[in-house]
Structure formats: structure tokens, C-alpha cells
Ligand binder design. Structure first.
Ligand SMILES: [Zn+2]
Length: 169
């Protein structure tokens, strides 16, 4: 059973900080009403930055609200993906997280796989990232899931095929 008093305080503090920040972003966006073209262009750029910050804030607020809900429901600290306990160290670092380190790593790898499919031209760079992620898992002492091990083998095989296909005749 995870002790929820501390993360609850942390999450609530972060939530009010984010809400305050979002309001000041809104105020600033509202205040941007210049007449001058040049000023308008600068402000538009600033607006984009502000909006980006605002969106990131909204994503975090959503995650915090979900974490607070899990506290209320008594399921805080249990991985949403595999049902195992999330380590205390991870929760101390990322109190809003809903997944354990291996699952987060797995999700990161899945995302990379999608990227590899979408951007085949960047395949080599992405594969390198993928290998790093797998190495990170090992460094964290996490068991590398079977399917990812198979994937790693597959990648190595592809690489070897590539080398073979690109061999000068
Ligand atoms: Zn998990």
C-alpha cells in the first residue's frame, strides 16, 4: 500500500501552481492587442510560445487530476498497464505517473516503433534510440520483456540484411 499523503500534497501544490500559470498566460494573451504590424508579428510569435506552454500545462493538469482520482479510489501507485506496484522512487520523482518504469519504457519503445514505421528514412537514427532504450532498461535492472527482446533480434537481423544488400558488388 502506497502512502498517499505526501504525493497528494505534492500533486495539489503542483496543480494550483499550474492553474496560476495558465491564468497568467491567458491574461498575457488577452493583453496582446497591438495596432502596429511589427509589434503584431512579434506578439504572434510570443503567442505561439505561450500557447504551447499553455497546452503542455493542460496536459500536466489532466495527468494530475487523474492521479488525484486514483488516490481517492485507493488505487494510487498501482500501474495502470500491468497492475504491479510502481516503485516508491519513481513516484517520488513523478508523483502523477500512472505506470511503472518497465511499462513506461515499453510505451516509449512502442512509440519509437510507430515512428520507425512513419519515418522509414530516419530508421537508422530511430533504431539507435531504440537500442539505447533497451540498454536503459537493462541498466535500470528491469527485465526486458520477451517481445522487445525479439524486436531487438529482428532489428539486428534487419541491419545485417541492410549491410548485405548494400554491399558493393
Ligand atoms: Zn506496469
Amino acid at each position: 500500500m502506497t502512502d498517499v499523503a505526501k504525493p497528494k500534497t505534492q500533486l495539489e501544490a503542483r496543480l494550483s501552481e499550474l492553474n496560476k500559470r495558465l491564468h497568467s498566460i491567458e491574461d498575457e494573451l488577452d493583453a496582446h492587442q497591438s495596432k502596429d504590424w511589427e509589434e503584431l508579428a512579434v506578439e504572434r510569435e510570443e503567442d505561439e510560445v505561450l500557447e504551447h506552454l499553455g497546452n503542455a500545462g493542460l496536459v500536466e493538469i489532466e495527468a494530475i487530476n487523474l492521479a488525484l482520482k486514483r488516490i481517492e479510489e485507493g488505487v494510487y501507485g498501482i500501474c495502470l498497464s500491468c497492475g504491479e506496484d510502481i516503485s516508491e522512487g519513481r513516484l517520488a520523482l513523478l508523483p502523477a505517473t500512472g505506470v511503472c518504469a518497465p511499462c513506461a519504457q515499453k510505451a516509449g519503445i512502442a512509440l519509437l516503433m510507430e515512428e520507425i514505421e512513419k519515418r522509414p528514412d530516419d530508421r537508422h537514427i530511430l533504431q539507435e534510440e531504440l537500442r539505447e532504450k533497451i540498454a536503459e532498461m537493462r541498466a535500470m535492472g528491469l527485465p526486458v520483456p520477451e517481445d522487445i527482446l525479439r524486436l531487438e533480434e529482428q532489428l539486428e537481423q534487419d541491419e545485417a540484411d541492410d549491410l548485405f544488400n548494400n554491399m558493393p558488388i
